[in-house]
Design a protein around this ligand. Structure first.
Ligand SMILES: Cc1cc2nc3c(=O)[nH]c(=O)nc-3n(C[C@H](O)[C@H](O)[C@H](O)COP(=O)(O)O)c2cc1C
Length: 486
């Protein structure tokens, strides 16, 4: 009875939003191809905007197989900017396999123009390609913690007509207002979290579209904003305190792939060394309903029965990651995808919630796979180097400037920047590892950067999408099965 009552009550809204959201998966796992495939099924495909500037430059240096980046750049409204990017990074035929990718400047509080241009263009290209060949809306996902690139990235995605912005891993209360201003091509700002900042310090990132535009443009559509939360309290705070409208929420539990919100209270580990979640971590859906905005449930909802359960609890629908991460169209490098599909099929897939791996200090769910950073020996064999730097934290330098440090960088460097030596144990270079996971590992001496594969606890459950006797499946198979269409 509850089921029919609630379904009826959300029925009118279903014409406005999709029921299934394919969750954003960085780095490059939910790429334009996957998002487009999901959109073509009439659900919401979401590209990942995380480190997409670095991804664009590596794709161009790899020779832009399929000409996709250049096709996207050809539609970019700022063609002189596009030409600069191609001139600097495109290598016809691709770089030699043993040649490292050219370094990019690391993000700093006041980014060099080159990096800002890359952010605008790369986000534009990813959304543009995801929007090709259908008329459904496309979303983009960012991690709040990677703050410096936010505003130019949003602008690039909005220039391409993105319809939804989804953001977790932080408290993104300043995003809505920034989007309102960017829609009018007005200057927008983002406040950086800077450890040790003092009153009067300048910790604001500024971006003025007019410094980059190459001609007048009409106002842009302002995307719907869906923060990703792990508590109804945070949802209520975001509704009340954000500097612009919030259109709904993704409510994500600790079985979800990627980074998880840490458990409430003092961190306790189970015998395997994973964080223990308790009753306080369960989101009160009654309170979510009372907020009066749509919400989607995420974390173990990639199943037709779970979709029904979500709808009956008053959710608008579900956000699904793991099931899509292993489908044919995802950006996960083919060998890793197949190895983990095989493990799922033969019942040997294992996922470890690593409380230390991520320099963000958020737990990160990691699939156990030979030859990747899930193995201690692989981790120990890697020499620490920080040359992508997305997960560095901003801190106040002794002379009052904004510096950046990462618990995964060389220990002496981190400590010299005031980092706590207690913070470094077990930290992994997620930035380099995730670039390797999507097939763009940096070359180091005679070797390659090792990968790390994040997945939800639902990894074993992907077998439900596989055909009898096979392990391959598509995004359309996932959508059809979730909707109970076969
Ligand atoms: C490979 C992978 C990468 C992910 N990366 C991100 C990310 O960059 N940002 C984010 O908000 N969520 C990320 N997630 C979480 C998903 O968007 C989604 O909420 C989650 O996977 C849902 O739970 P499920 O895996 O049980 O379906 C990731 C999940 C996976 C499996």
């Amino acid at each position: 009875m509850i089921w029919s009552k609630v379904v009826t009550s959300v029925e009118p809204r279903k014409t406005r939003h999709p029921i299934i959201i394919q969750g954003g998966m960085g780095v490059g796992i939910s790429d334009w191809r996957l998002a487009q495939a999901v959109c073509r099924c009439g659900q919401l495909g979401v590209v990942s905007g995380t480190a997409i500037d670095a991804i664009l430059v590596r794709r161009l240096q790899a020779g832009d197989p399929g000409d996709h980046m250049r096709r996207g750049l050809a539609q970019f409204p700022f063609q002189r900017m596009a030409a600069r990017i191609l001139e600097r990074y495109y290598i016809p035929g691709g770089k030699a396999p043993r040649r490292p990718y050219a370094p990019m400047p690391l993000h700093v509080k006041d980014d060099p123009r080159e990096l800002i241009e890359l952010c605008v263009a790369a986000n534009f290209v990813e959304v543009t390609l995801a929007r090709e060949n259908h008329t459904h809306p496309v979303g983009i996902n960012f991690l709040e913690k990677i703050q410096v690139p936010h505003v130019p990235s949003l602008y690039g995605a909005m220039l391409a007509g993105v319809s939804y912005v989804l953001m977790g891993a932080g408290i993104p209360s300043r995003i809505p207002g920034a989007m309102d201003r960017l829609a009018r091509h007005e200057p927008a700002t983002y406040p950086l979290y800077v450890a040790g900042a003092e009153e009067g310090d300048d910790t604001t990132v500024r971006f003025d579209p007019r410094e980059f535009m190459e001609g007048d443009l009409p106002p842009l559509a302002r995307p719907a904003f869906l923060p990703i939360v792990a508590s109804h309290v945070l949802a209520a705070t975001l509704l009340k305190k954000s500097n612009g409208s919030v259109e709904g929420f993704i409510v994500e539990g600790p079985t979800a792939g990627g980074h998880n919100a840490p458990p409430r209270g003092k961190l306790q580990l189970n015998p395997a060394g994973e964080p223990v979640y308790g009753k306080r971590d369960i989101v009160d859906l009654e309170k979510m309903r009372a907020l009066g905005v749509p919400f989607w449930l995420a974390g173990g909802y990639g199943d037709a029965g779970m979709l029904r359960e979500a709808l009956s609890s008053g959710a608008y629908g579900i956000q699904v990651g793991t099931a899509f991460a292993f489908c044919d169209e995802s950006g996960l490098q083919a060998d890793y995808k197949q190895a983990l599909r095989d493990k799922a099929a033969n019942g040997t897939a294992r996922v470890f919630t690593d409380p230390l791996a991520s320099p963000t200090s958020f737990p990160l769910k990691v699939a156990l796979l030979e030859g990747t950073l899930s193995e201690q020996a692989v981790y120990e064999a890697r020499t620490r180097v920080c040359d992508l730097g997305y997960l560095r934290e901003a801190y106040r330098t002794p002379d009052g400037q904004v510096g950046f440090r990462c618990a995964g960088e060389p220990v002496s460097v981190y400590v010299s920047k005031g980092g706590d030596p207690e913070d470094v144990a077990g930290r992994k270079c997620i930035c380099n590892a995730l670039m390797a996971t999507m097939g763009y590992p940096q070359v180091r001496g005679n070797g390659l950067e090792p990968a790390i594969i994040t997945t939800g606890d639902a990894l074993e459950g992907i077998t439900q999408f596989m055909p009898p006797g096979g392990t391959a499946y598509t995004a359309a198979d996932v959508v059809a099965r979730l909707l109970g269409q076969y």
